[in-house]
Design a protein around this ligand. Sequence first.
Ligand code: MN3
Length: 201
Amino acid sequence: MAYSVPPLPYPYDALEPHIDKATMEFHHDKHHQAYVDKANGALEGTEWAERPVEQVLQNLDGLPADKRTAVKNNGGGHYNHSLFWESMSASGGGAPDGELASAIDTAFGSFEDFKSKLKETGVNQFGSGWSWLVHDGSGLAIVGSANQDNPISQGSTPLLGVDVWEHAYYLKYQNRRPDYIDAWWNVVLWSKVAERFAAVS
Ligand code: MN3
């Protein structure tokens, strides 16, 4: 089964005013679709074409050398964006509770410190990339990644990521990446992040 772009779990304008409708349309329908098409093209005819994208990204070294970069970039793009859409909701925002909240306090001192560090990692990512909250096997950590790289390829499990490619914010925020990240917190769906955390901890 070739990969396909999952439908957005909410209308394009659901995240207004924080993430605008036009950005969601281009980002989901054009950018994500392009990653899917190119990932499918690169994997076509290989034994990896039928595997879940997580498995492919965890085993990049096992891919034919001439496919590796295309799969890392485009399979990564597909995986990262699938995770990203599900991490947001019109009913998002606020703060996590329960075990995830405790784990964040343990790892980063406080929820506010955690937010500052995730934002700082995203703002300081040179060029395109992501800022991630991950579980690295022993606890929570924040890592940045370039392009469409994903911590899953380094053995960590991504719990939440913010897309800091210009295509994620330029229409509304132009060069103001920090303002975009500030606004993005208002749509983060903590129950989804908690679900991912419960699955690995
Ligand atoms: Mn993107």
